[in-house]
Design a protein around this ligand. Structure first.
Ligand SMILES: NC(=O)c1ccc[n+]([C@@H]2O[C@H](COP(=O)([O-])OP(=O)(O)OC[C@H]3O[C@@H](n4cnc5c(N)ncnc54)[C@H](OP(=O)(O)O)[C@@H]3O)[C@@H](O)[C@H]2O)c1
Length: 274
C-alpha cells in the first residue's frame, strides 16, 4: 500500500475500500477480507446503513483501530441544525464502535451547511474526528464552506478517466484540499473496463483496465481512490497497482480520453456541477 502524507506524521492510504451497497454479513466479510489483504482505509456513510457492520468487521479483523483509517459522511437528512448534525455523528461513533473518526464529511451539499460545519468543527475540537471535509462540493460551494471552516481537508467527488474534474481539483490543490475519488471505476462501467486505451496501456504492464484507471487516479498529486469491490479477486486486483508507474505520455493519453461520463447525479441532491 502506498500512503499520501496529509501533514507531518499523518498519512492516508492511497487506496481505500468503498462500501456503498454493502450491508449485513456480506459487508462484514468484505471488509474483513479487504483488511486481511492489506486495505487500511474504509469509507462509509450514515446513508449506507452499514456503520455497525463496519465497526464489527474492524473489531474482528485483528488489526488495531489505530492502523485503520475510517471515513463517514453526515446524511443530508441530519443537517437541519448544528445539534442534529452533532448528535448524528455521536450515533455514528457508537455504531462504528470507536471514539473517533478519521475523516468526517458532509455527504451532499443539501440542508444547512453552515450549521453542519459548526457541528463538525466542534467534533474536531473534541477529537471525535481527526479531519473534516465535504463531498460533492463545487468551487463555489467550497469557497463558501472555507469561510466557515478553513480546516476543510478533503473533498470526495466522482472521479475516473472518463470524467473531467479539472476545475474543482485545481481549486482544491491551490487550497490544500485532498481529493477522494469515488466511483473511480465509474461503477464498474464497461466504458472503463473494456476501454481500448486503458486495455492497451494495461498490456504493457500486465494489468487490467481497472488497474490502469486506478493507477491513473492515484498517480495524481493529492488524490486518493476508494473503489468498491465485493469479490476477493477484485479486492486483490485493486491494490495490486503499486509495482508500476504510468509514464507521462500514458497519463496524458488517459487525460485525453473523451470525458463526460458522470455516473452519479441525483436530481434532488446534486449541485450545479463545475
Ligand atoms: N460521496 C458520495 O456521494 C459517493 C457516491 C458514490 C460512491 N461513493 C463511495 O465510493 C465508493 C466507490 O464507488 P462505487 O461503489 O460507486 O463504484 P466503483 O468503485 O467505481 O465500482 C464498483 C463496481 O466495480 C466493480 N469492480 C470493482 N473492482 C473491479 C475490478 N478490478 N474489475 C472489474 N470490476 C470491478 C465492483 O464489482 P464487485 O463489487 O462485484 O466486486 C462494483 O460493481 C462507494 O462504495 C462509496 O464508498 C461516495
Amino acid at each position: 500500500m502506498e500512503f499520501i502524507e496529509i501533514e507531518p506524521g499523518k498519512r492516508i492510504p492511497a487506496i481505500g475500500l468503498g462500501t456503498f451497497r454493502l450491508a449485513g454479513k456480506g459487508c462484514i466479510d468484505t471488509v474483513k477480507n479487504a483488511i486481511s489483504l492489506g486495505y487500511r482505509y474504509i469509507d462509509t456513510a450514515q446513508y449506507y446503513g452499514n456503520e455497525k457492520n463496519i465497526g464489527q468487521a474492524v473489531k474482528e479483523s485483528g488489526i488495531s483501530r489505530k492502523e485503520i483509517f475510517l471515513s463517514t459522511k453526515i446524511h443530508w437528512d441530519n443537517m437541519d441544525s448544528k445539534k442534529q448534525a452533532y448528535d448524528s455523528v455521536i450515533q455514528s461513533l457508537a455504531d462504528l464502535g470507536t471514539d473517533y473518526i478519521d475523516i468526517l464529511l458532509i455527504h451532499w451539499p443539501k440542508g444547512d451547511i453552515k450549521e453542519t460545519l459548526h457541528a463538525m468543527i466542534q467534533l474536531q475540537h473534541e477529537s471525535k474526528t481527526k479531519f473534516i471535509g465535504v463531498s460533492n462540493f463545487t468551487v463555489q460551494l467550497l469557497e463558501e464552506a472555507l469561510k466557515i471552516a478553513p480546516d476543510i481537508a478533503f473533498n470526495q467527488i466522482e472521479y475516473h478517466p472518463l470524467l473531467s474534474q479539472d476545475k474543482v481539483i485545481g481549486y482544491c490543490k491551490a487550497n490544500g484540499i485532498r481529493i477522494i475519488a469515488y466511483s473511480p471505476l465509474a461503477e464498474g462501467s464497461k466504458d472503463i473496463l473494456n476501454n481500448p486505451v486503458l486495455e492497451n496501456i494495461g498490456k504493457r504492464y500486465q494489468k487490467t483496465s481497472a488497474q490502469i484507471a486506478l493507477r491513473w487516479v492515484i498517480q495524481q498529486e493529492g488524490v486518493i481512490a476508494i473503489p468498491k469491490a465485493a469479490s476477493i479477486e477484485h479486492l486483490q486486483e485493486n491494490i495490486d497497482i503499486f509495482d508500476f508507474k504510468l509514464k507521462e505520455n500514458e497519463m496524458a493519453e488517459i487525460f485525453g480520453l473523451h470525458k463526460g461520463l458522470r455516473v452519479l447525479n441525483p436530481e434532488h441532491l446534486a449541485p450545479e456541477w463545475d
